[in-house]
Ligand binder design. Structure first.
Ligand code: ZN
Length: 136
């Protein structure tokens, strides 16, 4: 099905990795939910937020023109921190693309990616993550 320019498909066995609701690959959102579960889920507030989140990744990829560039840059930011902390959740959550997506996933009118404003140094990323964990 198509929602806000995103193709969403359900019922996958391998994607996304366990613990993730969905993963966006080349403009398509993959989830493990069945078609029926997915339709019901997307009507919930959590489901709509999920779509807005994934849509921000679409905007980010657009700002970089090619999905391949988006993934290369995404992976670079992930690796940059993972290589020194071996903390995968931290490397994921503080990557500028995720910081922007989580920060704006409640904004239905978010149409232009500003992911570059979310770039942090490794030191800032570690501190951000520590503070975020203390909050919850
Ligand atoms: Zn994300």
């Amino acid at each position: 099905m198509k929602i806000d320019g995103l193709r969403v498909s359900g019922g996958h066995r391998l994607l996304p990795p366990p613990g993730f609701l969905g993963i966006t690959l080349f403009g398509r959102v993959w989830t493990r939910h069945s078609r029926e579960e997915l339709a019901a889920f997307l009507k919930t507030e959590r489901g709509r937020r999920f779509i807005r989140h994934e849509r921000i990744h679409l905007l980010q990829a657009r700002s970089l023109r090619w999905w391949a560039v988006f993934y290369a840059v995404y992976f670079w930011y992930w690796l940059k921190l993972f290589a020194v902390t071996f903390n995968s959740p931290m490397a994921y959550r503080t990557c500028p693309f995720e910081l922007e997506a989580y920060d704006n996933e409640d904004d239905g009118d978010y149409t232009v990616s500003r992911w570059r404003d979310y770039r942090l140094t490794n030191r800032q990323r570690r501190q951000w993550y520590r503070e975020e964990r203390e909050k919850s």
